[in-house]
Design a protein around this ligand. Sequence first.
Ligand code: C5P
Length: 289
Amino acid sequence: MIRKNFVQQTEKAYAKLNLTLDILGRREDGYHDLSMVMQSISLCDNVTIAPGDGLQVKSNLHYLPVGRKNLAAIAVERFYDGLGQSAPGMEITLEKRIPVCAGMAGGSSDAAAVLRLLNCAEEMPYTREKLKELAEKIGSDVPYCLMGGTALAEGRGERLTPLPAMPDCWIVTCKPKFSISTPELFARADQTRIAYHPDTAGMIAALKAGNLKDIAYRLFNVFEDVLPDSQRSEVREIKQALIDAGALGASMSGSGPSTFGIFAEEEAAQLAANLLQQQYRDTFLAKPV
Ligand code: C5P
């Protein structure tokens, strides 16, 4: 059972962006082998766990699943299943800021924050490696979200190699109004000949050199070319608006549709965010973390 000294605790769950996303092939298990350079950003949800009756999830978004369908609740169940125990009464509160279904791993990051909080509250029953194995069972992005920072994610997304931190910069993220189903986009990718791929080695070299311009120049996500025409045009328009406002580079994140630009200067980034916010409510100014 949860420890007697367990008290309410809050953890930040950071959003992630894909600096690169490449699909290497479809696997026998239905998943795809990927190669992605990931970056966490300061845009975050606050995840709070507190003793409660049963397992409840509350959030400031009325349309989020609140019961056991929420990844945060699944994380609680996996955590205690792994210890051979049933989950104790607990209330999870998600203060959401990361746009939902947006390619920024909001749900995965909330689940990872729950795993970190529980491991701490229960005085570390899992090693870091075991916690990562648990994360893998919850979702492909959850292992990365446990770790955060700058990393190369391979395999399903669970094979992680830390990379040098991104140089200081400003990032504007903007979510177009349409939503994308990740499995559907993977299915479209299977039916498309992907002509262009990111220069992943070049991106890693740019990170090692700490060269922001080279990093921004190499942003690339193969999913952009897989989007239906109207969605691809909207992502392109946002990218162009970011570039026109002074971004060094722009790309879509994950399976989208969130699109982001990297800026060297705060002022230009703030102006770009203000401009895009007029059309897109889910526009945020952030920094790498
Ligand atoms: O692992 P997760 O549940 O987040 O994945 C959601 C969906 O994305 C999967 O059901 C699968 O269709 C697709 N996916 C994939 N290959 C990956 C990760 C996700 O095909 N490496």
